[in-house]
Design a protein around this ligand. Sequence first.
Ligand SMILES: [Fe+2]
Length: 144
Amino acid sequence: MPENSDFLIWKESYLTGIKAIDEDHLELARIINKLYEACSFRTEKVSEIYISILKDLVNYTNIHFSREEKLMANFNYPGLEAHKKEHDVFKALVLKELKAIKYNKRVEPFNLAKFLKEWVMHHIAIEDNNYKIHFQQIGADVFK
Ligand SMILES: [Fe+2]
């Protein structure tokens, strides 16, 4: 059973001030927390609910990452390539885990949820904050 402290608790400091991005990030946090909830259903196999939430995560990160990448490209963010690489690694990792589940390889749902949460929190707090600083410095008209 996940503890309360396992869930992704949203903090004001995660806000970028860019409306669409903040809404995306909140949705990502919701999806991750749903994964934790799905860890409570203990079965032999990874539950179907958990798998469908992981698929939601794939779909939503695809939408969100391309939104961010477009935004960074529009404002010539110098860290775009490195940032995009992080996105690609994350997408590949989630797909790999989905495949592992499909082929009944051992996947620990709770550990996976925890890893994904930590990745997303770190990414928002550090990497996304870096482009926010760039946008502020160049006076980009992206903040609400
Ligand atoms: Fe990002």
